[in-house]
Ligand binder design. Structure first.
Ligand SMILES: [Zn+2]
Ligand SMILES: [Zn+2]
Ligand SMILES: [Zn+2]
Ligand SMILES: [Zn+2]
Length: 276
């Protein structure tokens, strides 16, 4: 066990050293060839710049966890084509790659211990994190990224659901407004015709009462006329009565004296408004 652990350590060092050298060599070679390329994006504040570019630093496309260097598209090329560099773990560009070195073993923190939820180097896995569930950092990163992507999609779906709900509510409010307008119009129509009918009824009632009053007045006039005629007749008779020749006919006087009693005016109704 002891021997095995010892032989693997220097091996890794050499490996990293060689690859770094190769990378550096390739980078400097590529740099001269493509530093004038204007197609690539110049890194803006907040973005990770390429560590290899001199002068205008282009936006880094990937960071290498083995080289601890961030590369632009041009400078990343060797990592994609050269078999030795292809094994290097690339992640989305990050700043402070030095902070990704294991302080204990001075190796890149290219692995992730799921048991302790922490980044570890290759030596950590055989020493402090033996038997722990260790995965390449990229794998964990991709997993977390996928998880976040799923969560993001879920959130977007929830947002979409709520937006649809808002649309539904707005639509139902519109419909309700239309209903309200229609109901108001119907109500106005009903009450207008009701009002007209009531007004018509009142007018008819007033007319009927007025007609009745006119009839009453006409009847009264006729009675009064009749009574006045009777009065004048009676007065004439009264004048005649005082003469001696009529006084002799007593029976005639008695009969004619009853005449006023037969007058129709006795049937004249009492005014209704008077208390009985
Ligand atoms: Zn570059
Ligand atoms: Zn590398
Ligand atoms: Zn370590
Ligand atoms: Zn662990």
């Amino acid at each position: 066990m002891c021997k095995e652990g010892f032989t693997t350590r220097p091996n890794l060092r050499v490996n990293t050293f060689i690859s770094e050298m190769v990378a550096q060599f390739r980078q400097s070679a590529q740099q001269k060839a493509s530093s004038s390329s204007s197609e690539q994006q110049v890194s803006k504040p907040g973005e990770v710049p390429c560590d290899v570019c001199t002068g205008t630093k282009l936006k880094a496309l990937k960071s290498c966890l083995v080289c601890l260097v961030s590369y632009c598209e041009t400078h990343l090329e060797p990592h994609l084509t050269m078999s030795g560099l292809k094994r290097h773990q690339l992640i989305d560009p990050v700043e402070n790659l030095e902070g990704r070195m294991c302080t204990k073993h001075d190796k890149p923190l290219e692995l992730f211990c799921k048991t302790d939820q922490t980044c570890v180097c290759i030596l950590c896995t055989v020493l402090d994190h033996k038997m722990h569930d260790v995965v390449p950092l990229k794998e964990e990163y991709e997993g977390k990224k996928a998880e976040l992507g799923k969560k993001e999609a879920e959130i977007q779906q929830m947002i979409q659901k709520r937006r649809l709900k808002i649309q539904e509510i707005k639509h139902s409010v519109d419909l309700s407004e239309e209903d309200a307008d229609r109901e108001i119009a119907e109500g106005v129509q009903v009450f207008t015709s009701l009002k007209e009918s009531v007004e018509r009824g009142l007018k008819e009632l007033i007319n009927t009462i007025k007609e009745k009053q006119k009839t009453t007045e006409k009847q009264a006039e006729a009675f009064i006329k009749e009574l006045e005629q009777e009065i004048s007749e009676l007065m004439k008779r009264s004048t005649e009565a005082v003469t001696p020749d009529t006084l002799s006919n007593a029976s005639e006087v008695l009969v004619s004296a009853e005449t006023p009693e037969s007058c129709r005016c006795v049937f004249w109704p009492e005014p209704k408004s008077q208390p009985q």
